[in-house]
Design a protein around this ligand. Structure first.
Ligand code: ADP
Ligand code: MG
Length: 336
């Protein structure tokens, strides 16, 4: 497998701010790779470094094996879909998409043909003569995508491309981006602060915090096996058990992650499965969430949250319940 993008101990400092702080990373060719992290964790800076809009303070980036130091953006075989789309409002959709080809000196008929092909990839056939102001948010997003794809990049960089769309449209575009990735076979590097989006779309996810990658793996690896408390709470929601609580309930004395859906809520008289850890406490809140009910339980001062499929059982608010979980569901984490 060849490596599309490699970071070798890359940092980018702005004065005192370590926007990117010692990142080492391989992105494989053809991969759908997500960079996930809270606002300010260095994701956009990493994309700008790959695109060549910015240079590392220290370290090196390779693109398809070639050191990219000082290489200008147009020589990198990489294109970006920007967070705010950055379309030219006074130009037609067709001219927006063909802009890069015009700058390269491609003759008009040829670049118009290529723009039509790119617009067809994003299902905007026949929109060439419109202006960006005459499009919906979702359509503008597609134009931005077409404008990046028209250059036939080997790596497509996407900076929170769906952030401005409403939920329904976002879910539709998530599917379309997945199938576009599949059809084109190129490398996608997708930045998002939305953990659900990263987990559902990416082949692998890098989780960023304060300019560093704190964990990297497939969606199920980072969800099922979070290495740190930060990852456990940022990727999905989790019960983070203190070393004392974990040790008191059959685990090693270490910070431990326990996902709410791994906990069974037992009513008085219900029996746990063999070998399960079991505690009891008082229900402190019930939250209806459609498909599941979130049940918060106070266990001798520790709050544990479990999710129960809606309609599975009637849990009394304020009542006493037992919580049971397989010991293998309790994931021991690093001390941090
Ligand atoms: P993200 O995309 O994860 O939200 P960014 O990469 O945009 O994060 O920013 C990371 C950090 O670097 C932030 O603290 C941000 O304020 C800072 N930063 C980014 N660009 C600049 C810049 N040009 N000058 C100074 N600070 C910057
Ligand atoms: Mg950003």
């Amino acid at each position: 497998m060849s490596i599309a993008v490699n970071f070798q101990n890359v940092s980018r400092h702005f004065g005192q701010v370590r926007a990117v702080d010692g990142v080492t990373l391989d992105i494989e060719e053809g991969e759908f790779f997500a960079m996930l992290g809270p606002s300010g964790s260095g994701k956009t800076t990493c994309l700008r470094l790959i695109a060549g809009f910015d240079q590392p303070s220290t370290g090196h980036i390779r693109i398809f094996g070639e050191i990219a130091d000082g290489l200008p953006p147009y020589r990198r075989n990489v294109n970006t879909v920007f967070q705010d789309y950055a379309l030219f409002p006074h130009m037609t959709v067709g001219a927006n998409v063909a802009y890069g080809l015009m700058i390269k000196g491609m003759p008009r008929a040829e670049r118009e043909q290529k723009a039509r092909e790119a617009l067809s990839l994003v299902k905007l056939n026949g929109f060439e003569q419109r202006r960006p102001s005459q499009l919906s948010g979702g359509q503008r997003q597609r134009v931005a995508l077409a404008r990046a794809l028209v250059n036939k990049p080997r790596v497509l960089l996407l900076d929170e491309p769906l952030g401005a769309l409403d939920l329904k449209l976002r879910e539709q575009m998530q599917e379309e981006l997945r199938s576009l990735h599949h059809d084109l076979g190129i490398t996608f590097v997708f930045v998002t602060h939305d953990q659900g989006e990263a987990l559902s779309m990416a082949d692998r996810v890098a989780i960023f915090n304060e300019g560093r990658i704190v964990q990297i793996g497939t969606p199920s690896e980072v969800y099922e096996r979070p290495h740190t408390r930060f990852v456990a709470s940022f990727v999905g929601s989790s019960n983070v058990l203190t070393p004392d609580f974990a040790a008191a309930n059959g685990g090693p004395r270490a910070w431990t992650s326990l996902r709410p859906e791994k906990i069974d809520v037992l009513l008085p008289g219900e029996i746990p499965k063999t070998g399960q850890a079991i505690v009891s406490g008082q229900v402190s809140s019930l939250q209806y969430q459609g498909a599941v009910v979130r049940v918060a339980v106070n266990v001798a001062g520790t709050r544990l949250v479990a999710t129960v499929p809606t309609g599975a059982k009637t849990i009394p608010d304020g009542g006493t319940v037992s919580l049971a979980w397989d010991r293998s569901s309790a994931v021991v984490m690093e001390p941090e």
